[in-house]
Design a protein around this ligand. Structure first.
Ligand code: UDP
Length: 357
C-alpha cells in the first residue's frame, strides 16, 4: 500500500513522525510532501534528526502568502505529485491550509483521504482552522477522531449519513508525548540554561491571530502576564509573530522572554512548570498529559472535555478573568484524571485501519 502524507506545520511533523513509525510496522510505503507552509527556525535539519522525522520526499517551498494564494499554489503542486505517484490514500493532519490543499487535491482525483484529528470544532467560522477542518472532514473517506466530543460533532453534522468511515483511535499527540518524554533528560537544555526549579514558574505561549492582531486583547494578555510575573516567574517562549506585534505597539513585557523552543525543551518546560497559560491547541492537551492546570487565552476551545474536567479554564483575553483563573489554578490540586485521549496507541490503531482498507 502506498500513502502520501501532506504536512506543512511543526505540530503536524511531530504527529506524523509518530504515525510514520506505526505505518512502517505495517509495511505501508509512505511518501511525504512538505508544503513549506510554516517557516520556523526550530524546524531546521536538527529538528528532523532529533525528532526522527522521515525526510520529506517533496519540498514544495510554499510560504509567506495570503490564504488564497497559498492554498491555491499548494493545490496545484500537490496535484502534480499525486498524478505522478498514484497513491492508494492521502493522509492529512489537523486544520492548516496544507491539510485542506492535500485533501482537496486528492478528493478531486478520486484518491481517498484519511484525516487525522477529524471532528474537532471551535464553532468559530472566522478561524481559518475551522474552515479548513470542516471542509477536510467533509471530503475525507476515513475520519480518525481523537475524542468522544469529535465523534459527537460529526454525528451532529450528519456525517453518519455520508459515505465515510468514522473511527476513534485516540489522540496521536498523546502517543507523541509518551514517546518523546523518555528523551527529555538527554535532549532538553532549557531548564538548566534558564536555571529553573520544578514548580517555580508559569509557562506562557500565545500566537493566535485573534490575540496578536487585536490590540485590546494583546494589551490585556500582556498586562495579565506582567501581573502574574510579580507573583511567580513567567517564562514566555515568544512566537516571532507575537513578538512583532508587541514591539510595534511598544508594549513592555516584564516576564522572562525566550525564543521559541524545540519540542524537547517544550516538554521539559511542561514537566517542570507550575501551570500553563496559552492560546495553543496542542499545549492545552500537553498540559493535561503532564498533569498541569491550563488557563486558556481563547473564547472557545476544540478540547472542551478539558474544561469539563476543570483542569482547563477558558478565559479569553480579559485581565481580571486571567488573574482569577491563575489564582484558582495556583492553589488547586491536580487530581487523577480519566484517559480522554486514548491510551497511547492511536498511531498503531490508525496504521492498522489503513492497512485493512
Ligand atoms: N511547541 C514547541 N515549541 C514552541 C511552541 C510550541 O515545541 O516554542 C510545540 C508544542 O509543544 C505543541 C505544538 O508545538 O506540541 C503546538 O504548536 P502551536 O502552539 O504552534 O500550534 P497549535 O497546537 O495551536 O496548532
Amino acid at each position: 500500500m502506498k500513502i502520501i502524507t501532506v504536512l506543512g506545520a511543526r505540530p503536524q511533523f511531530i504527529k506524523a513522525a509518530t504515525v510514520s513509525r506505526a505505518l512502517k510496522k505495517q509495511t505501508i510505503n509512505e511518501i511525504i510532501i512538505h508544503t513549506g507552509q510554516h517557516f520556523d527556525a526550530n524546524m531546521s535539519q536538527v529538528f528532523f534528526d532529533e525528532m526522527e522525522i522521515p525526510q520529506p520526499n517533496y519540498n514544495l517551498e510554499i510560504s509567506g502568502l495570503n490564504h488564497g494564494a497559498m492554498t491555491g499554489r499548494m493545490l496545484e503542486k500537490i496535484e502534480d505529485v499525486l498524478v505522478k505517484e498514484k497513491p492508494d490514500y492521502v493522509l492529512v493532519y489537523g486544520d492548516t491550509n496544507s491539510t485542506l490543499a492535500g485533501a482537496l487535491a486528492a478528493a478531486k482525483l478520486h484518491i481517498p483521504v484519511a484525516h487525522v484529528e477529524a471532528g474537532l470544532r471551535s464553532f468559530e467560522m472566522k478561524m481559518p482552522e475551522e474552515i479548513n477542518r470542516i471542509l477536510t472532514d467533509r471530503i475525507s473517506s476515513i475520519l480518525f477522531c481523537p475524542t468522544e466530543t469529535a465523534i459527537k460533532n460529526l454525528e451532529a453534522e450528519g456525517f453518519r449519513n455520508f459515505n465515510c468511515q468514522i473511527e476513534q483511535p485516540g489522540d496521536v499527540m498523546y502517543d507523541a508525548v509518551l514517546h518523546y518524554k523518555e528523551k527529555i533528560e538527554t535532549k532538553a537544555t532549557v531548564i538548566k540554561s534558564q536555571a529553573l526549579r520544578n514548580g517555580s514558574f508559569v509557562l506562557a505561549t500565545f500566537h493566535r491571530a485573534e490575540n496578536t492582531n487585536d490590540e485590546k486583547r494583546l494589551r490585556e494578555i500582556c498586562r495579565a502576564i506582567n501581573e502574574i510575573n510579580s507573583h511567580i516567574k513567567v517564562i514566555l517562549p515568544l512566537h516571532p509573530r507575537t513578538k512583532a506585534f508587541i514591539e510595534s505597539l511598544q508594549i513592555k513585557l516584564e516576564v522572562t522572554v525566550i525564543p521559541p523552543v524545540g519540542y524537547f525543551d517544550m516538554l521539559a518546560l511542561l514537566e517542570n512548570c507550575k501551570l500553563v497559560l496559552t492560546d495553543s491547541g496542542g499545549l492545552q492537551k500537553e498540559a493535561y498529559f503532564f498533569s498541569k492546570f491550563c488557563v486558556t487565552l481563547r473564547d472557545q476551545t476544540e478540547w472542551i472535555e478539558l474544561v469539563e474536567t476543570g483542569t482547563n479554564q477558558l478565559v479569553g483575553a480579559n485581565f481580571s478573568k486571567i488573574l482569577n483563573a491563575f489564582k484558582v489554578a495556583s492553589s488547586a490540586v491536580f487530581a487523577t484524571q480519566p484517559f480522554l485521549y486514548g491510551n497511547g496507541t492511536a498511531s498503531e490503531l490508525i496504521a492498522k485501519s489503513l492497512v485493512k482498507l
